[in-house]
Write a new protein. Structure first.
Length: 370
């Protein structure tokens, strides 16, 4: 049996974490012995890890004094000794492959133990050129580039993400694209498991309440619809640090009756299915799972232009792609709201697009890396 180690920052409610859980569910455990190292032992998907996977962690939680101090020394002085000692004390033994399944901390620690694997694979789930969030981890862009350059293969979750990465870093390492798995049958079963009332035309967004998701745009757009005389219901499924500022914005705009924050829902599918339109207002998305899930559920999509929307919606072929201004989002949504024929068209087109994300294809591509 081949031994594989996955490294990820945590199992919080993000798309990459959810993608990893789906990936682990499809591994053949008669052929692979799998371990999962969490940089931080936390997240809503902890209980979803298959029982065959051995789970361990570097730190109990993200707000950890030892980690913060060690990272500060590295970022200020370039000294990685404390971080390296933690990684090598916790990650022992030999592996056929180590896979850092996310950017940032996962890659940083992977780089410190890469000698313990025959093959080292870095997996990107973010368009770093548009949203370079990993600068809070690496001391410099050059440090990050060198870490990627020491991998045997770099995997991207979309072709556009790979193109964007290659404009940032000139790294002579084999690269490939592997799409996330979308289990359509499971998603539809979970969507049908709960009944969500549909008491008016509903526009739904799903995602963490964070800067990159830009839900503030949607709140302002809701005000524009109200001013234009529309009676619509907007619901945002997700939790995060910006919940209170977003609620204040809603209240300041007088939208208490039309914009609802539903918190984190696991799964979100019943709320998505009970929607007339799905919307994404993100600044950056490498391979948005929720866009693919909305397609699977037959919900027409309006999304701001990101790597994910460009690749998966293909210039308005499978959904409407808009610019990032409030006016552009409003106009894209208004097209969909006003035209039932258009919504029916995109429902049908979305179903066709989901063939890209089969588990069989993804697992064959992964096994070819090992």
């Amino acid at each position: 049996m081949k031994k594989i180690l996955f490294i990820i920052n945590s199992l919080g409610g993000g798309g990459a974490e959810k993608a990893l859980i789906e990936f682990l569910r499809h591994i053949d455990y008669t052929r692979y012995e799998v371990s999962l190292c969490l940089v931080f032992h936390e997240g809503c998907y902890l209980s979803d890890v298959p029982p065959e996977v051995r789970v361990f962690w570097l730190y109990e939680r993200e707000r950890n004094f030892v980690h913060r101090k060690s990272l500060k020394i590295y970022r200020n002085h370039g000294i990685r000794t404390l971080l390296r000692l933690r990684a090598r004390r916790k990650i022992r033994g030999r592996y056929d492959a180590i896979v850092s399944f996310l950017e940032g901390d996962a890659l940083l620690f992977h780089d410190m133990v890469r000698d313990r694997a025959e093959r080292n694979v870095a997996w990107l789930h973010c368009d770093l050129r548009l949203f370079h969030w990993t600068r809070k981890t690496f001391r410099s862009d050059r440090d990050e580039e060198l870490a990627y350059g020491r991998m045997d293969t770099i995997v991207f979750c979309s072709h556009i993400t790979q193109e964007s990465f290659e404009r940032m870093y000139r790294i002579d390492v084999p690269k490939t694209v592997i799409y996330n798995i979308i289990d359509g049958d499971s998603i539809r079963r979970q969507a049908d498991a709960a009944v969500v009332p549909h008491d008016g035309f509903t526009i739904t967004a799903v995602g963490s309440l964070s800067e990159v998701k830009s839900h503030d745009r949607l709140v302002r757009v809701a005000r524009m619809f109200k001013d234009a005389g529309y009676r619509l219901r907007f619901q945002i499924v997700g939790a995060g640090a910006l919940e209170e500022p977003l609620k204040r914005l809603r209240d300041e705009l007088g939208l208490q009756d039309s914009v609802r924050f539903l918190g984190f829902r696991k799964p979100p599918y019943p709320f998505m299915k009970a929607s007339d339109v799905f919307v994404s207002t993100s600044k950056s998305e490498a391979a948005s799972l929720v866009i693919c899930e909305a397609m699977t559920l037959g919900v027409p999509i309006v999304a701001t232009r990101t790597s994910a929307s460009e690749e998966f919606l293909a210039d308005d072929r499978y959904g409407i792609v808009t610019g990032h201004s409030d006016v552009e989002i409003f106009e894209g949504l208004r097209r969909m709201v006003d035209d039932e024929t258009l919504r029916a068209h995109y429902r049908e087109q979305g179903f066709k697009r989901t063939g890209l994300f089969s588990a069989e294809q993804t697992m064959r591509q992964f096994e070819a890396l090992l």
